[in-house]
Ligand binder design. Structure first.
Ligand SMILES: C[S@@+](CC[C@H](N)C(=O)[O-])C[C@H]1O[C@@H](n2cnc3c(N)ncnc32)[C@H](O)[C@@H]1O
Length: 253
């Protein structure tokens, strides 16, 4: 691919395009092991209620951008809900995520790019932007959304996986998420609607390891440490944990 300024970018054999320039990014992105763990969690249906809530918000969309989309399960579900005429663009800093996202749906494009360097899209082209457990660049989201477009943000609540956060040495959720989100919306977004999604999941030892290993705990703990924590926690059998997230939808003014 070649841009208007004459820079060229290779389309990888696996179907994604990396738009990172030579110096790359200072930010940490998901590794191959994290992507594999995340994919097993989705394949086991453990996050199904969250996937369903996000997909519902994508109905009638024509251009869906999954910003910090990871391996692309939410984009896949959103495109399926949106129907035949929709296209999706997964944007992630991780090439391992981009490889996975490129394969998920025939209408999905997959791009490696740094959200903080800007979304590689023209102004106003998207009607839905997803930010699911991902970094959020509010001004870029506002720029690429057309008027009336939806920003669908998923944030964990304080109860999210509360039973396992400490024993699995995962990072706990900050308390000021709601205030931060309101600041990000500012006056560019309105009609804010929140839906809380809560449900219980039964987690086996391997599912416990995967849930910890797909997130930031993987940057701070070795696989052996996470496996040992899971073995101890599930020594009496599968553990019940709570999913508790808020799906917030805001409209671009
Ligand atoms: C917790 S994961 C969530 C992935 C996906 N949305 C999901 O919920 O399955 C956060 C994602 O953000 C990506 N990410 C982190 N910093 C980024 C950046 N600066 N630009 C683009 N993606 C980034 C990571 O590589 C990772 O895939």
């Amino acid at each position: 691919m070649r841009c208007a300024a004459g820079h060229s970018f290779d389309i990888a054999r696996q179907g994604y395009v990396s738009l990172l320039t030579g110096k790359g990014s200072a930010h940490r992105s998901d590794t191959a092991d994290m992507v594999a763990a995340r994919s097993r969690v989705f394949e086991a249906g453990l996050y199904a209620p969250i996937v369903a809530a996000v997909a519902e918000r994508c109905a009638h969309s024509r251009v869906i951008v999954d910003a910090g989309g990871g391996p692309g399960q939410y984009l896949e579900a959103g495109l399926t809900a949106a129907g035949d005429h929709a296209v999706g663009i997964g944007v992630d800093l991780s090439k391992f995520c981009a490889r996975s996202a490129a394969r998920r749906h025939p209408a999905a494009l997959s791009v490696v790019a740094d959200l903080w360097a800007g979304l590689p899209l023209r102004d106003g082209v998207a009607d839905t932007v997803l930010s699911v457990f991902a970094p959020r660049n509010a001004s870029e989201t506002a720029r690429v959304l057309g008027s009336g477009g939806r920003w669908v943000v998923v944030t964990p609540g304080t109860g999210h996986l509360a039973e396992i956060v400490r024993p699995m040495q995962m990072l706990s959720v900050g308390q000021d998420k709601t205030r931060r989100l309101a600041e990000e919306f500012g006056d560019r977004f309105g009609e804010v609607v929140e839906q809380r999604v809560q449900s219980q999941v039964r987690l086996s030892e391997s599912a416990l390891t995967d849930i910890a290993a797909m997130g930031p705990a993987a940057f701070h703990r070795t696989p052996e440490q996470l496996a040992a924590a899971a073995a101890e926690l599930a020594s009496g059998g599968p553990v019940t944990a709570t999913l508790d997230v808020t799906v917030t939808v805001a409209r671009r003014r």
